[in-house]
Design a protein around this ligand. Structure first.
Ligand SMILES: [Zn+2]
Ligand SMILES: [Zn+2]
Length: 60
């Protein structure tokens, strides 16, 4: 596993990158629970983890 920002190799038990300090594991921006990188929605609160930068695109 590598840091998402600086690509430093991280041990699996690291919670933060020792080089740049970003969280080693992705977390839900809404409820802060740990999530998997491939998940689209947070299973805890239902928040969209891959929210598009332009929300106007989603339209019924
Ligand atoms: Zn880093
Ligand atoms: Zn959540």
């Amino acid at each position: 596993m590598k840091c998402q920002r600086c690509q430093t190799k991280l041990h699996p038990h690291y919670n933060f990158c020792p080089v740049c300090g970003v969280p080693a594991k992705p977390a839900c921006s809404n409820c802060r629970k740990e999530v998997q990188a491939e998940w689209v929605n947070c299973p805890y609160c239902g928040a969209n983890l891959k929210a598009p930068p332009n929300p106007a695109v989603t339209r019924r």
